[in-house]
Each structure stands twice: as C-alpha cells, then as structure tokens.
Design a protein around this ligand. Structure first.
Ligand code: NDP
Ligand code: PMR
Length: 350
C-alpha cells in the first residue's frame, strides 16, 4: 500500500524506470553538476530512531524517504508531526513479522519505479518481560523473526535494486547495538547475547520441535533481542564479504547511542521506563536524544566520507563517528556464514 499516486501496471512503471534521471545530471544553465534526490527506504520509520533519521534526511531536501512501516496510519501521523513535507516521503506498508508482507513490500516498491539508493534496516521489537515466546506469521520467535529474519529477506530481495542504483554511494545499513557486543560493559549485563552452536536456529526457532532461542536454550526475551542484534551485525559483515567488491555497495552497521526514550522499551515495566533515561543520562552517560541519534544514522546514510564498507560505526561524546570493534562473536566470520545459510533456509531462499 502506498500513500501517494498508485501506479496502474508494472509494465508502465518499468518503462518509467528506464527513463529515470541519472544520478548526476548537468541540469543547471552554468553546466554545474547536480545530484538527483536519493531514495532511501527506512524500516520502522514511524517512531524513535527511524523517524528521527527520516526527519534529518528530509530536512536536507536531498532525499525521498520511503517509510516502510507496519502501521500505516501511525506512520502518516508521525511524518506529519515530525514536519515532513509531502514531496519528501512516501509511507509503504511492511510487516517484518510476515515473510509474505516482506515480499509484497518488495513488489510494491519495485512498482513505484523508483531507484533504490540506500536501504536502512532499523525496525526492531524487544520483549524483556515476556515469560513465553510469541511468534511471527511464519512461526519464528518474534524478536529474531522481526529484527533479523524479516530484514534478511528484505535486504536479499532488494540487493539487485541497490546494485542497479547509479547513485554515487549506495548503501545497505543494518542497525546494531552495544548490548549485543560482549566486549563492552553494556554487553555484559545479563542475559548476555550468545548464539551458541545455532541449534535452535537450525531447528526453526518455532518452540515446537526446537527451542525458540538461537542457541537452543530456554526462552529469554531480553537475550532473544540481543541475539537478534548479533545476527544483524554478522549479516552486515557477511553481505560485505559476499557482495562489496562486485557491487560497490557500502555495507555498514552502527550503535547510535542509548536512545533511552524510544518505543523500544514499551514492553518494559513502568519503573524501568521511568529510571532508564536518567540512569543513562547521569550514570553511564551513554544517553543520546532521538534527534541526535537520527543525525548519526543520517550521516551513515548520506555522509560522503562514510563510504567504508564492513564497518560498525559508533560516536564519541563529541558526536564524532569512529569505527568500533565488535565482540568476538559478533565478528566471527564462520558464524556469520552459518547464520546466513540457516537464515536462507528459514526465509525460503535456499
Ligand atoms: P522504536 O520502538 O521507537 O522503533 C522501532 C520501530 O520498528 C517502530 O517504528 C516500530 O513500528 C517498528 N517495527 C516493530 N515491529 C515491526 C514489524 N513487524 N514490521 C515493521 N516495523 C516494525 O525503537 P528504536 O527507535 O529505539 O529502535 C530502532 C533501532 O535502534 C532498532 O534496531 C534498535 O535495536 C536500535 N537501537 C536502539 C537503541 C535504543 O537505545 N533505543 C540502542 C541501540 C540500538 P511501530 O511504530 O508500529 O511500533
Ligand atoms: Mg544498559 C556504559 C554503560 C552502559 C551503556 C552504554 C548501556 C546501554 N548500558 C550500560 C550499562 C548498564 N546497563 C549497567 C551497568 C546496567 C546494570 C544496572 C544496565 C542495565 C540495563 C538494562 C536492564 N541496560 C539495559 C537494560 C535494558 O533492558 C536495555 C536492553 O538491554 O535492551 C536490549 C539496556 C540498554 N543499555 C544500553 C542500551 C543501549 C540499552 C538498550 C537498547 C539496545 O541495546 O538496543
């Protein structure tokens, strides 16, 4: 579903694609080079980091943002309240907890005839207090199913579109986190991320004939989220190893800072939601506002200097970006390959 004009048929739209303005045109009378508007797809742009990034990019006037969201009305309202002007965004429906929806989104996107210059895999869910697992439409534990498997299928299906983009720097960005990295203090707060030997993932994460957890252990919602972030960071690196050289696409991940006020913590107990922002502001000093985090991710989308591929970006306290070190598990190439191969099977690509 798209908020703007619906295009009548695929054929007509494909014809439009062929006529797309090249990325760099000599449009001005002085013959000065100008760059067309880039198109960026951001999943989960209806709140938090995704919305703040959409806002930061829209304000430059250089980007058209496809807000890929599960709640169409919420996304439209969020875009309006963030002051996005109509010509800078389109809301399109995407529910990452359904592989059919992911495929439908990809078809719908292709039908718009727009080039794809940057894809940002940002959406996530976190169930820290859940006693029992819940599942996606396809029967995968919901946090790994949404945060990792939905994005894995989406990125794989859109890779060719990225490849075909003639934009000067095309990018695939998968949002990671410090809490999946056990080489940090935050990553050592129990329960720690650990994918183990991937036996639960091999079994389908369905909680029936296998565990709902990647490592095959007992269900723990907070661990499932952190495991999903490890998958996100491993996937970015595996994409880099498999495709960077041939396609020129920049693959990147990042830790945007602790955005303690977002909807990510909606399922947490009220006391946590009350104390978490001041704890991060005054004790760990890891707090970052939604606006600031949006500027950070917007840099990874559009900064001409951030073209290095295979990098996990972080920011220091002056908000300067630097290449950060991932934990041993989150940089394990063998594990990355195995997660890739198992994920391919689960989403029906192999
Ligand atoms: P929010 O909850 O504010 O945003 C998450 C977004 O994901 C929402 O737009 C939500 O949609 C969307 N979403 C959830 N499930 C689905 C689904 N099935 N299909 C499509 N969209 C979905 O959280 P944040 O902004 O904090 O999180 C954004 C990213 O930042 C995540 O990847 C998270 O892991 C990462 N991150 C966050 C940190 C923090 O401190 N907050 C720290 C480090 C990383 P809806 O609005 O409909 O609920
Ligand atoms: Mg954590 C430098 C210390 C630091 C940082 C940057 C974070 C970020 N956290 C830090 C430290 C601690 N945290 C310490 C010492 C504790 C024990 C009191 C602690 C606890 C804690 C909890 C209970 N922290 C949390 C939780 C959560 O539920 C959040 C979480 O794990 O979500 C998955 C969380 C977070 N701490 C962070 C960040 C960025 C999060 C949340 C979001 C995320 O990783 O996506």
């Amino acid at each position: 579903m798209e908020s703007k004009q619906r295009k009548p048929s695929v054929g007509a739209i494909r014809a439009q694609t062929a006529a797309t303005t090249p990325a760099i045109t000599r449009a001005t009378p002085e013959g000065k080079k100008t760059l067309r508007k880039g198109t960026v797809v951001i999943t989960g742009a209806s709140s938090g980091l995704g919305l703040a990034t959409a806002k930061a990019l829209a304000e430059t006037g250089k980007w058209h943002i496809i807000m890929a969201c599960r709640d169409f009305l919420k996304a439209e309202r969020a875009a309006k309240s963030a002051g996005l002007s109509k010509e800078n965004y389109t809301v399109m429906h995407l529910d990452l907890a359904s592989l059919d929806s992911v495929r439908q989104f990809v078809d719908n996107f292709k039908r718009t005839g727009r080039p794809l210059d940057v894809l940002v895999c940002n959406a996530a869910v976190y169930f820290p207090t859940a006693k029992e697992p819940t599942f996606t439409a396809d029967g995968f534990e919901l946090s790994v199913g949404t945060n990792h498997l939905g994005h894995f299928l989406l990125a794989r299906l859109l890779l060719d579109d990225l490849k075909q983009s003639d934009y000067p720097s095309k990018r695939l960005i998968i949002v990671g986190s410090i809490t999946g990295n056990t080489n940090t203090l935050a990553g050592n707060v129990p329960p720690k991320a650990n994918l183990g030997d991937l036996r639960g993932m091999a079994g389908g994460l369905n909680g029936l004939n296998s565990s709902a957890m990647i490592d095959g252990g007992a269900f723990d919602g907070a661990k499932a989220y952190k495991d999903s972030k490890v998958c996100n960071m491993l996937t970015m690196q595996e994409f880099h190893r498999r495709y960077h050289e041939d396609t020129g696409i920049t693959f990147a991940s990042l830790y945007p800072g602790c955005i303690a006020t977002t909807g990510l913590f909606r399922e947490h107990i009220p006391l946590f939601r009350l104390l978490f922002p001041p704890f991060q502001k005054f004790i760990t000093k890891g707090f970052v506002s939604e606006e600031e985090s949006g500027k950070r991710l917007a840099q990874v989308v559009s900064e001409p200097s951030l073209t290095k591929s295979g990098v996990y970006w972080s920011w220091n306290k002056d908000s300067a970006s630097f290449e950060n070190q991932l934990s041993q598990e989150a940089s394990d190439a063998d594990k990355a390959r195995k997660v890739w191969e198992l994920s391919e099977k689960l989403v029906g690509l192999a």
